[in-house]
Design a protein around this ligand. Sequence first.
Ligand SMILES: Nc1ncnc2c1ncn2[C@@H]1O[C@H](COP(=O)(O)OP(=O)(O)OP(=O)(O)O)[C@@H](O)[C@H]1O
Ligand SMILES: [Mg+2]
Length: 323
Amino acid sequence: MSLIEINDLKVHYPIRSGFWNRITYSVKAVDGISFNIEAGETYGLVGESGSGKSTTGKSVVGLEKITSGSIMYKGKDITKKSNRKELDYNHDVQMIFQDSLSSLNPRKRIEDIIAEPLRNFEKLDANEEKLRVLQLLDIVGLDADALYKYPHQFSGGQRQRIGVARAVATNPKLIIADEPVSALDLSVQAQVLNFMKKIQREFGISYLFISHDLGVVRHMCNNIAIMNRGRLVEIGTRDDIYNHPLHIYTKRLLAAIPETNVNHRQEHREQRLEVEKIYQEQQDKYYDKDGKAYPLVQISPTHSVALPEDLVEKIKHEGEVKA
Ligand SMILES: Nc1ncnc2c1ncn2[C@@H]1O[C@H](COP(=O)(O)OP(=O)(O)OP(=O)(O)O)[C@@H](O)[C@H]1O
Ligand SMILES: [Mg+2]
């Protein structure tokens, strides 16, 4: 049994308009996605802005009311509040948010921010609590004098580490990390990602790692799902996604990873323009008549892609989709 099993999850937001304020249509933010997260792994969920990643993440933590489908944890559907309570799910699953400044209460000191989940879930006396908070600060590489400071007194990278410390405080099984490093510059990104990996090794945590950038996810994730307009267009291992991408949308995300080697920049740029051209011109080949992704078809035991049958047959024979 996987740690988390997401089955045909849908989250549709009703949009009301007109004089009677009737529901006129709905935004299909998440439109039928399924994937599993194994214990101890980092699962990547990657897609452009608006593809439905945060909505998925919030559904998994239990912060979003879902339209249909299920999210199974220890054999129970946690989209039902009574099951979340029974399983102590809010203790086992925590979230790290993209925007550390607005997700940390500006009027609270770091000590209280990190201790908050401990106060909710564990009955520690004042001394034990302080020791635990100091230990957590140490784990994420911050000094003890951080205890009495406020969030605005830290840099973005330091604040993100405080978010990590708070998320791991209660020793959770799964952390939903929603673009945890997107607001940080490259060197600080690497620092925070290393902390996250270190903590994962120490505590055996699983991550659902959400990002719009396949470059960031590369060194973090064992398995990756590519999300596009509320659906998944490709699922695979790191090797499947980076070395054998099949959907044009995945290829486009790969081409968008910045090239750090100056000597390869021109070639990389040409490649990116080529992929973009195919993406723009061949929508009808890769998406159905409503512009939606096709259902996923399994290509290998680890690799699935959302393509119509004729293209899937071609891949099976030729091993590649020729544009
Ligand atoms: N409360 C809401 N009401 C209506 N539409 C919403 C609501 N929340 C999100 N949406 C819409 O659902 C879609 C998916 O949003 P979501 O925040 O999940 O995307 P995302 O992949 O996290 O994007 P980003 O990378 O910009 O964070 C978007 O079109 C968004 O406008
Ligand atoms: Mg988001």
